[in-house]
Ligand binder design. Structure first.
Ligand SMILES: Nc1ncnc2c1ncn2[C@@H]1O[C@H](COP(=O)(O)OP(=O)(O)O)[C@@H](O)[C@H]1O
Ligand SMILES: Cc1cn([C@H]2C[C@H](O)[C@@H](COP(=O)(O)OP(=O)(O)O)O2)c(=O)[nH]c1=O
Length: 199
């Protein structure tokens, strides 16, 4: 089973994942992430830092996804493992629909077409939703250097793109009010994963 955790920067994904590692230790899921589970992911981070061309950056994210499927996701699913990924394809649709604006005629169509034949759709996606001002406050509280995605206007549209995605696939998406207490979110998410497993 493939579970993905999505949301804008600062929405609480890493915190939730840290909690799930403990909460779900009895069912030993494979925890992974995008970008970064593969060596290509390391180049993606370099690309973000160096503010490379948005099309090049998008293609690096897609290449990282292809390598991630090949080296982590497919083998784990084949072993009947539960896979939980911190970010996945919905991040691409949400963020690169923004960054590719003005560079491609129809970024959303391009992003959908480029994944279509080969990506693996998650079984369930938890989307952490939070007012952008709150997420920026959380990020500023803990980080010195911010990435080019981490600004109000971009994150407002990124969150809109996420919600648009969730409306297209209401069965797969579970919307989480990320302003709730982290332990309450953790309890809710781990219970849903267990329920889904027992179905
Ligand atoms: N439910 C929550 N309520 C309040 N603060 C939170 C909550 N979840 C995470 N945080 C804090 O917000 C900041 C960003 O959380 P993080 O999990 O790193 O977000 P993300 O991985 O989505 O960028 C951290 O300082 C974290 O402690
Ligand atoms: C996976 C992915 C991430 N991103 C962005 C989201 C983040 O701002 C940045 C780095 O991701 P990440 O390391 O998850 O940062 P954070 O912990 O702040 O969420 O890359 C994309 O733009 N497209 C993608 O496909």
């Amino acid at each position: 089973m493939l579970v993905t955790i999505e949301g804008i920067d600062g929405s609480g994904k890493s915190t939730l994942i840290k909690g799930l590692i403990e909460e779900l230790s009895d069912i030993s899921p494979v925890f992974t992430r995008e970008p970064g589970a593969t060596w290509i992911g390391a180049q993606v981070r370099r690309g973000i830092k160096e503010k490379i061309d948005p099309v090049a950056e998008a293609l690096l994210f897609v290449a990282d996804h292809a390598a991630h499927l090949d080296t982590v996701i497919r083998p784990a699913l084949k072993d009947k493992k539960i896979v939980i990924s911190d970010r996945y394809t919905d991040s691409r649709y949400a963020y690169q629909s923004e960054t590719l604006k003005g560079h491609l005629k129809d970024p959303k169509k391009w992003l959908s077409d480029i994944h279509n034949d080969w990506t693996i759709i998650p079984d369930i996606t938890f989307l952490l939703v939070l007012p952008v001002d709150e997420s920026l406050k959380r990020i500023q509280a803990e980080r010195t250097d911010s990435e080019h995605f981490e600004c109000k206007s971009v994150l407002e549209n990124v969150q809109k793109n996420y919600l648009e995605q969730s409306e297209k696939d209401p069965v797969r998406f579970v919307i989480i009010d990320a302003s709730k207490d982290k332990d309450e979110i953790l309890k809710f998410v781990s219970e849903i994963i267990r329920q889904k497993l027992s179905n």
